[in-house]
Design a protein around this ligand. Structure first.
Ligand SMILES: Cc1cc2nc3c(=O)[nH]c(=O)nc-3n(C[C@H](O)[C@H](O)[C@H](O)COP(=O)(O)O)c2cc1C
Length: 373
């Protein structure tokens, strides 16, 4: 039987993933002043032994005001760096999975409640809130306090913040970086005409709207060593008429590719409460397929990919090169084991758990260097 594509290696610049299953970035809203906690140890620990080929950290803020909520993870000073080092060192002792950081700024969607408190805006004058910053002074949703429009000095500070976070990530041995330009956060706000109504060189034409996200990408790419992959997560459409859409996404992906992006991670939506999304299994895959066909970039598909055979078909049919899973990995952190069992592949597992291998699958678990300590 030929080996399923899902479990074949994937090269991202100089980094080779053991298989094509990626743990998607997932905010935990459980950091303290940006610093990772024991929750991150538990959360990332279980996902690191999942058998996935790449573990993406949750959106990691470049500064306190870049956080979506006061509980977001950050990497902006020595304290937040030390806290993340503690978690990553422990995880790495047992799980040799490559780690990708998602570097993020929430822009006008900052200063919010976590989802379990409704996700609404926290007023800037509340002790837990702050005034947000964005390309234009346009509120995300009706009734919210509008952000402050960024000036050129602010933009330099933010770009340098992305680079500084990337430098800390390199120091932590993080193997890859994803710039968060999706889901209506700051860089997506620059891209989308719904959020960007600037009249300077950073607003108006597509070229102008792409300018700041590309400058940020360049700054991060420059900091990551040659061979370490850097790419962006994008929303391929706003799902709103006259918003950002797939042709513009393709132009952005091409510009990223020309600047050395190793891949493109294709999601959708998030910039406007007016979005109308037809949610169904694999609902964002057609966007990944379009971007991949047009740019030939290594493409990561995401969104309601929940079944092993569904994931395998997406790859075999050439719609994407890798799949990224969020909720399915929370529901079943052994998803890659079960997918390997179903598709007839082999997967890494910690030796402490080898005795769990089902009798009829003698060869499911691979030798690995897990559990050196
Ligand atoms: C708990 C949770 C937290 C998330 N946090 C992030 C995040 O930090 N960054 C991001 O780009 N997307 C985030 N997302 C979106 C997911 O990465 C993913 O794109 C989305 O859930 C669709 O994939 P799924 O159907 O496999 O869950 C989050 C999703 C969930 C469920």
């Amino acid at each position: 039987m030929s080996s399923p594509l899902l479990f074949q290696p994937l090269r991202l610049d100089g980094l080779e993933l053991e298989n094509r299953i990626i743990v998607a970035p997932m905010c935990q809203y459980s950091a303290r002043d940006g610093a990772a906690t024991d929750w991150h140890m538990m959360h990332l620990g279980q996902l690191a032994i999942s058998g996935a080929g790449l573990l993406t950290l949750e959106a990691t803020a470049v500064s306190p005001e870049a956080r979506i909520t006061a509980g977001d993870l950050g990497l902006w000073d020595d304290g937040t760096e030390r806290a993340l080092a503690t978690v990553l060192d422990a995880v790495r002792d047992y799980a040799p999975v490559p780690v990708c950081i998602q570097i993020a700024h929430a822009g006008r969607k900052a200063s919010s409640e976590p989802p379990w408190r409704g996700g609404g805006q926290v007023a800037p004058d509340s002790p837990r809130g702050w005034l947000t910053e964005a390309p234009s002074a346009l509120a995300h949703a009706e009734g919210e306090v509008a952000p402050r429009a960024l000036d050129r000095e602010d933009m330099k500070r933010i770009r340098d913040g992305f680079a500084a976070t990337a430098r800390r990530a390199v120091r932590l041995g993080i193997e890859a970086a994803e710039i968060h330009a999706a889901h209506g956060y700051l860089l997506h706000q620059f891209l989308s005409p719904l959020a960007n109504q600037r009249t300077d060189a950073y607003g108006g034409s597509l070229e102008n709207r792409m300018r700041f996200p590309l400058e940020v990408f360049d700054a991060v790419r420059e900091v990551f060593p040659g061979g370490s992959p850097v790419w962006a997560r994008v929303s391929a459409t706003d799902w709103v008429e006259d918003g950002w859409e797939v042709e513009q996404t393709i132009a952005f992906a091409e510009a990223l590719k020309a600047r050395g992006a190793a891949a493109i991670h294709v999601s959708t939506g998030g910039v406007s409460p007016r979005q109308k999304i037809a949610i169904a299994p694999g609902y964002q895959v057609p966007f990944a397929e379009r971007v991949r066909a047009a740019t030939d970039l290594v493409t990561i598909a995401v969104g309601l990919i929940t079944e092993a055979r569904q994931a395998e078909s997406i790859l075999v049919e050439g719609k994407a090169d890798a799949v990224s899973l969020a909720r399915a990995m929370l529901y079943d952190p052994r998803w890659p084991w079960h997918a390997a069992a179903e598709l007839g592949a082999r997967v890494r597992a910690p030796k402490q758990y080898w005795r769990s291998q089902p009798h009829h699958l003698k060869d499911l678990f691979k030798e690995s260097s897990f559990g050196q300590r």
